[in-house]
Unconditional design. Sequence first.
Length: 694
Amino acid sequence: MNRDSRYDILFQPLRIGPVVAKNRFYQVPHCNGGGYRDPSAAAAMRRVKAEGGWGVIFTEQVELHHSSEITPYIELRLWDDDDIPMLARMADAMHEYDALAGIELAYPGVNGPNLYTREVPMAPTALPIRTFTNDPVAAREMNKSDIKDLLDWHRLAFRRAKTAGFDLVCLYGAHGFGVIQHFLSRVTNHRTDEYGGSLENRSRLMRQLIEVAKDEIGDTCGITLRLSLDEAVADLGFSNNELRDLIAMHAELPDLWDLAHGSWEDCSATSRFKEEANQQSLVQGIKLLTSKPVVGVGRFTSPDVMAKQIKSGVLDFIGCARPSIADPFLPNKIDQGRVEDIRECIGCNICVAGDMTGGISHCTQNPTFMEEWRRGWHPEKFVTKASDDRVLIVGGGPAGLEATRVLGERGYEVVLAEAGTELGGRVARECRLPGLSAWGRVRDYRQYQISQMANVSTYLESRLDAEQVLEFGFQHVAIATGSHWRRDGVARHHVLPLTMPDSMPVFTPDDLMDGDFPTGRVVVFDDDHFYMGSVVAEALVAKGCEVELITPSAYVAEWTLNTLEQALVHQRLIENNVSIELNRAVSSVSEGLVVSSCVYSNTNKEHHCDALVLVTARSSDDQLFNDIRGHESDWSDAGIKSVELVGDAKAPAPIAWAVFAGHRYARELGVTVSDKTALPFKRELATLGAFPSP
Ligand code: ADP
Ligand code: SF4
């Protein structure tokens, strides 16, 4: 198929200093949880993006000197020449399909606690380190000789970046993470010398750094600057107006302006809180201040929105991090006229959580993300089926849909049986809750893909039992029957069921999703700690309930700290007049009364209410699997070779886990593993150093 001419503008080349990008698809720097621990995994992930058509591809944040690092977060490092090979591998991978290879250099300064190197952090002004975890460490103020050192360290890093093969070098001064921003902002720069005070003074270091970069590598590398669109910290923050003044003042200084909203939380907001293209008002008009290209982000997944950003003169390049994770082939799909095949990011920030937790990033929509090298998974290519065996998938939730899709791609004949009247399982139900509509994309993408496959048949309203499964005669059966919310209060705080009288109406999120809502005063007990408790509270308020949310955690929706949503969740609950009781757990329930006790002091508090909603834990729906297992002796007569439990039916977890489980099942079906004790993925181990005897 041919490209729609409306999108031609997205494929026009554009110069960035001495180099030319082949199109307008610009993968802005993004973390992946792998970094220096998993360099080949990260390089292979970037190569897939190059193959998928991105014109510019960046690394994640690269710490340019050992005196400033952000342990426990795992990014990349360029501390000495020994780091060059892993970066060169990444640059080479980006180049394989003609993308420009970019490196983002950062000196975290007041954002770097140096928990690993134990160096004393340095910043424009002596202040406590500003991190997610409020580390009990302070930075000292840089003196003039430190600033000179900083310029020299940058010069070295520029040289090394060029040696590694990068075409673009980005100086990071956004999201509160880079020293350039710390000098620009009056929040972190209280200096009275020529580096503090006026905007001209606060931008002096930025200008000097770019001059060093131009001098050292400017003949072959484009120098880009990543700045915050609006720091949004009270009156002191580096505001959007100041940014515009700064760009007017230094209009032609970098080869490109890369602009991203204030904090990382602001910039990478989830779809629950921000729409696509939500930074437009902050970036609009900036192009008039400079002749250099401007790139901006906004979780762009729609080619129409992208083309409009360029046609209307807002942006020159479409910056994408998450959309490029969810679908590394987004540019090629637009180019090939396959827009309906784009796997759109749902804006859930599970990818961010990989970085925040020190795991490796997962993506809800793209289970191959960071598995390209580790497991050899390519997002668009699949090993052909191993046999003519037929496969039955029971359950059309995220796990069942993904298993069906991938088996279909492999050429298997697949039947998907779903008990309900629609596909999507929990995603279909949850996307009707407040703020979660974009999550329906998990279903929409897969439903469309399997609808195009002649070898896949889907049956709705088909609740199967063990006898039917045995009768059908499929060689392989995957049971992806999901889970349901518990009604007995068991989760983390209570490991045994709560005693609750019948006279107290008790609801679960499933009841609410089925349209069965309480009325009056409602207590929500959240011992799940992800999004559901707060979403349910919002849904109850929308139905006219007066809501009190009780949680044993010190935070509302504690795990949303990892998806950068926690502050927004808390804020939204306040806006909805939800009363919040932290550090308390429901301890007894009687008619019209819930008693909570403090998790530290055990002091009790009464909560008079008409109903209790328990957002505690989910139980697997594995009855069908157990029933089939009970008939194992009949399998061979029925022609069954394997029966597997997949997704939430095995153990409940976020949607990304179910998609991964379905994908893995389908990838591995029929693939013989010679050594069953071998690791199921590759990893890289540190090279051992010399170890002198005592
Ligand atoms: P997961 O996240 O693991 O995919 P979900 O709960 O989202 O799990 O989806 C499970 C799906 O399985 C639901 O749509 C449910 O209706 C369906 N299902 C459950 N039991 C059966 C059954 N016996 N036969 C067919 N479909 C079933
Ligand atoms: Fe988008 Fe969620 Fe995937 Fe991140 S994990 S890229 S937010 S779909």
